[in-house]
Design a protein around this ligand. Structure first.
Ligand code: CU
Length: 759
């Protein structure tokens, strides 16, 4: 299954994890065939230093990339050709979509929801296709997300367009999470974990085939919110050239909770188009992907504002190759987002409270990554990498005649930029049959800056006092962030393995955490990606947050991992300079108060336990085969300065799935059990929520290339509040606002149907 694998060595969650596992097998087999070319190693090291210096001095990001491509064009050995076919660099022709991904897509259009059964992963509610992943208590920007190797950034003061919202769930071919102690080669600038998503990979004609044509069409419907959508893929390919197109459209009305009440501002509409051109050499692959997304509207029930337009375009060029000296993986990408928010269709009716308040944001991500794997001295691999990522952001709010938001444009973030220059080295060594170690060091230079700001009025002291204070201080910030990972894996037998890991990981503040400057209620209330209704103010003096994580993992299973599996992972994280909040003001309504909170460095600790397992119940008998899967997650987080619980900590939760496969049918009963949330963050007035259990049923039938999915989610139409849903802001605004703030209710019962035809 694609999904829940946190183990860095053994599990095939995403390509990179597969690479780890297979690399060892290969080196073990090729004891005498590994070239240890010291000169080449040396020249590559120099290249990294050269390209790093180039970036730091002239910000020229293209030259070293081209240089490496040209210098690395060396003849291939038979050994590397064999290696590349093993490592799914070129996807097997005609590969059918992963079963568990298809059944999840029928339930939700939110790409992040594909991770819903992964132990330790929870989702904080955003829009219908924009929820925010939380990994072991660390959310949003604390988790690094790569979409086809692209490092994308939320370009919005509400994080309405998080990285996973840019890839339609229908286009996902694999998604994986590495939580906690992650190898430095897999990414930096996070303290929570790394999520990697890959879209459909290019397919080529096989032996004896001159031309390959394939594709798929799919559609679905969900009754609760009348949500429907369709997706298609089409590929035409020769032996060495492949061209593919993909498109999808998703639409939903507001959903109804278990009491049958409409939960407003939960509608969405999203359209995605993409094209892929790929060229395959004997052991190399060049892939050019480009795409465009349009979201004409997406409601945010736990925010003041809604997304009223989001347009994004991207270009992504990737080159992977095997050489006699090792492997190269190079990516260069660009994404441009135009984002508008305002009161959406459900909030406009509350016109006296929610006047027209347009906000326009332009965000551009630009970057490259160069990674090599160099085998040496038999069972060792050295990984070297150099990455660059630049995010630029303009967040401006046009004036509205006849209101207080007049006469000038409000400059929230003016020409903000955040550049990261990273280098890493990682050494993986297999000492003997039982023991493997990984040791890695990564440095990231983070440079941030922004221009001067101004409010709607250049004379009103509401704006001039905080703006002048902000403008009088230097805005440029340089962080030098060190990440270190040390891991040991011990596999005494084919029935179990144990892993101990330590990581020091660092994340620099995002642009809003440092540069959001407005201190009045209305403007600070627009800066909020927490869905809690409070206002947030940036802090120029913020330091990067540094997490020290220790985790131990035990994995017991039968020798083929077919009959049973049990994995237990306790973890502990101490975060120095955790970016928490201090109260700097408040807004008093009739019966409720909301806070104005300023970001501040605190200390925090998180500990928890993830358990997952599976058990084969019956096999190859009259009722086919049956399997029980489950997981359990516990996490506790505390702000050591305030002594209170961290915000958005998931209560005790678990999944139980009983699945039967028989003659083309897959039938399942799913039980989702969520404990009550009693410990909440008092500074943010986080609501408590009750425990609940949801029952889902689903069945799928595969007949040749046609697959039909039928299901029902929340069978008993249970009413429940989402522990990480924040507040129902729409309802509060509707009370004008004299009422009470309530938590957000989740969706009631929904019947689902999906049809997929591949050809
Ligand atoms: Cu927004």
């Amino acid at each position: 299954m694609h999904g829940a694998r946190l183990d860095i060595f053994t599990e095939g969650v995403n390509n990179q994890l597969v690479v780890y596992g297979k690399a060892f097998t290969r080196y073990a087999q090729m004891k005498d065939g590994i070239p240890t070319d010291v000169q080449l190693l040396n020249s590559i090291l120099q290249l990294f230093i050269y390209s790093y210096n180039m970036n730091m001095q002239s910000k020229n990001i293209i030259k070293p990339f081209v240089f490496l491509l040209l210098t690395s064009a060396k003849p291939l050995s038979a050994y590397s050709q064999e290696a590349i076919s093993q490592e799914t660099v070129v996807t097997a022709p005609g590969k059918k979509a992963d079963e568990s991904l298809v059944s999840k897509r029928v339930k939700s259009s939110d790409t992040a929801s594909l991770l819903s059964e992964v132990p330790g992963v929870a989702l904080a509610t955003g829009g219908g296709v924009s929820s925010l992943p939380v990994v072991r208590g660390l959310a949003d920007d604390r988790v690094q997300v790569y979409v086809d190797g692209m490092c994308l950034t939320s370009a919005c003061a509400n994080h309405m367009n998080p990285p996973l919202s840019y890839i339609a769930s229908a286009s996902v071919s694999s998604i994986g999470v590495k939580a906690g102690v992650t190898p430095v080669s897999s990414g930096g600038d996070n303290i929570g974990g790394i999520i990697s998503v890959t879209s459909d990979q290019p397919v080529f004609a096989g032996f004896g085939e001159s031309l390959k044509e394939s594709g798929s069409v799919s559609t679905y419907y969900r009754s609760n919110n009348n949500s429907s959508g369709a997706a298609f893929t089409g590929i035409i390919a020769g032996r060495n050239v492949s061209f593919g197109v993909t498109g999808s459209t998703d639409h939903a009305n507001d959903y109804k909770d278990g009491h049958g009440n409409t939960v407003t501002s939960t509608y969405y509409e999203s359209r995605n188009f993409g094209a892929t051109l790929a060229l395959k050499g004997d052991s190399s692959l060049l892939t050019l992907k480009a795409g465009h997304q349009l979201i004409p509207g997406q409601g945010f029930v736990n925010q003041w504002m809604d997304m009223v337009e989001n347009k994004a375009s991207f270009i992504n060029l990737r080159y992977k190759s095997d050489f006699s000296w090792g492997k190269l993986d190079a990516t260069a990408y660009w994404q441009n987002t135009w984002h508008k928010m305002n009161s959406g269709e459900d909030k406009v009716v509350l016109v006296s409270l929610m006047p027209d308040m347009p906000m326009e944001t332009r965000g551009i991500d630009l970057g490259y990554s160069l990674k090599t794997e160099l085998p040496f001295a038999e069972k060792n691999i050295l990984r070297l990498g150099n990455e660059f990522h630049r995010f630029t952001l303009d967040d401006k709010w046009p004036p509205v005649a006849g209101t207080g938001m007049w006469p000038e444009t409000f400059l929230n973030i003016n020409n903000g930029n955040r550049d990261r220059y990273s280098v890493f080295a990682e050494w993986e060594s297999k000492w003997n049959k039982e023991v493997t170690t990984v040791f890695g060091v990564r440095n990231e230079q983070v440079r941030m800056d922004t221009g001067d700001v101004a409010g709607y009025s250049r004379t009103s002291t509401t704006y001039t006092i905080p703006a002048n204070l902000f403008n009088s201080q230097p805005h440029s910030r340089n962080d030098s962030n060190w990440n270190i990972t040390a891991l040991t894996r011990f596999e005494p037998s084919s029935n179990g393995s144990y892993e101990v890991g330590y990581a020091r990981k660092t994340r620099s503040p995002n642009l809003y955490e440092r540069y959001a400057w407005a201190t009045n209620w209305m403007c600070s209330g627009m800066v909020n990606w927490f869905g809690d209704g409070n206002g947030y103010v940036g802090n120029l003096n913020l330091r990067p947050e540094v997490a020290h994580t220790l985790s131990i993992s035990a994995d017991w299973h039968d020798s083929l991992r077919k009959n049973w599996e049990l994995k237990v992972t306790p973890y502990y994280t101490r975060i120095n300079d955790y970016i928490g909040v201090t109260k700097v003001g408040e807004k008093i309504y009739t019966s409720e108060t909301l806070n104005i909170l300023k970001f501040a460095n605190h200390d925090a600790r998180i500990y928890g336990l993830d358990i997952s397992g599976k058990l084969s119940l019956w096999k190859n008998s009259a009722p086919g085969s049956g399997q029980l899967r489950g997981n359990l997650g516990y996490v506790s987080g505390k702000d050591l300065n305030t002594g209170s619980t961290l915000y958005h900590i998931m209560p005790l939760n678990g999944y139980l799935i009983l699945e039967q496969s028989i003659a083309g049918w897959i039938n399942a009963v799913e039980l989702k059990i969520i404990g009550g949330k009693s410990e909440t963050d008092p500074l943010r007035f986080e609501p408590t929520t009750d425990a609940y259990t949801l029952l889902n049923l689903r069945t799928a039938y595969q007949w040749k290339n046609l697959r039909v999915d039928l299901g029902v989610t929340n069978l008993f139409d249970k009413y429940y509040n989402l522990p990480l849903g924040g507040i129902n802001y729409d309802n509060f605004l509707h009370t004008k606002p004299n009422g009470n703030i309530q938590p957000l209710a989740g969706p009631g019962r929904s019947f689902t149907v999906g049809v997929t035809q591949t050809f």
